[in-house]
Design a protein around this ligand. Structure first.
Ligand SMILES: Nc1ncnc2c1ncn2[C@@H]1O[C@H](COP(=O)(O)OP(=O)(O)OP(=O)(O)O)[C@@H](O)[C@H]1O
Length: 275
């Protein structure tokens, strides 16, 4: 699904990623670990071009999205992202947060179709087939109604339907992050990128977020997760990467990675974080 080839990212003289090569297959749960400042978040942010790569390719569903000529917005909607600090819109209610992006992209598609006055392959996020022709007689009201139904289902799933109309500031950190995760799911993405999703949470809330992530993983979602939660990596991941100083120094299954680490820097890192 994603093939990262010789990815480089520099911030001025600071060469943060120095040639990263990774393959992500459909259904992979890939956990990325490494010391602070090693480039993990930068790697994740380059995957959906939130940071423009300095060099290399990111082939996503067959298209090099690092190519500046590519319309990244079309591809980015297929990649969900969950941030350390939730990034919910505080001036929108919980359900509005979940509905916003699906309604926006579908209304944009509808406008485009109407402009061309013909059938176009439109994104219908609420049907099984992700790219199917929908009739241009679809209306914004229909799109909103479908998005609302889906958002309510997602809130039900995380036990927060009663919070649909409140603002995020009234939620706990764990609740905010669970809303952020279902917001990503509402776009029916091919992959979700998680950037330290539990690092900003009080310890008692970490479990509820990890449990939701485990459930999403079980459903077959492809996930790439930067985290310091080694227990989660051992239990849920099928691939683990160790990034240090802008390189992948080791990668493997959790069994190989934790059971028989080879790189001395990884051994040292694991002895610190697992002790
Ligand atoms: N937008 C930016 N502008 C300039 N430098 C940046 C930017 N983003 C990251 N960096 C630099 O890139 C390096 C790697 O940062 P990054 O956040 O990717 O590390 P990390 O491995 O995720 O660290 P942590 O575990 O502490 O979050 C750091 O030296 C950081 O200062």
């Amino acid at each position: 699904m994603i093939e990262v080839i010789d990815l480089e990212k520099h911030f001025g003289d600071n060469e943060v990623l120095k040639g990263i090569n990774v393959t992500v297959d459909k259904g992979d749960i890939m956990v990325v670990i490494g010391p602070s400042g090693s480039g993990k978040s930068t790697f994740l942010r380059c995957l959906n071009c939130m940071e423009d790569p300095t060099g290399g390719q990111i082939i996503f569903n067959g298209v090099d999205i690092a190519d500046p000529k590519v319309d990244i917005n079309i591809h980015r909607r297929r990649m969900g992202m969950v941030f350390q600090h939730f990034n919910l819109y505080n001036n929108k209610t919980v359900i509005q947060n979940i509905m916003l992006a699906p309604v926006y992209v579908q209304c944009q598609d509808l406008k485009k179709a109407k402009r061309h006055n013909r059938f176009l392959p439109l994104t219908n996020l609420f049907r099984k087939e992700k790219q199917e022709k929908i009739e241009i007689t679809t209306t914004k009201a229909k799109i909103v109604a479908e998005a609302k139904e889906k958002a309510e289902d997602l809130l039900k799933r995380i036990g927060l339907l009663d919070k649909a109309d409140v603002y995020p500031s009234t939620l706990s950190g764990g609740q905010k992050q669970r809303v952020a995760i279902v917001r990503a799911l509402a776009m029916n993405p091919d992959v979700i990128l998680f950037d330290e999703p539990t690092s900003a949470l009080d310890p008692e809330m970490v479990g509820e977020v990890l449990d939701l992530m485990k459930a999403v993983a079980k459903e077959g979602m492809t996930m790439i997760i930067v985290t310091h939660e080694m227990g989660f990596a051992k239990e849920v991941a099928n691939k683990v990467l160790f990034i240090d100083d802008g390189h992948i120094l080791e990668s493997g299954t959790p069994e190989e990675f934790f059971g028989n680490p080879k790189n001395p820097r990884l051994k040292e890192f694991l002895s610190k974080v697992l002790s």
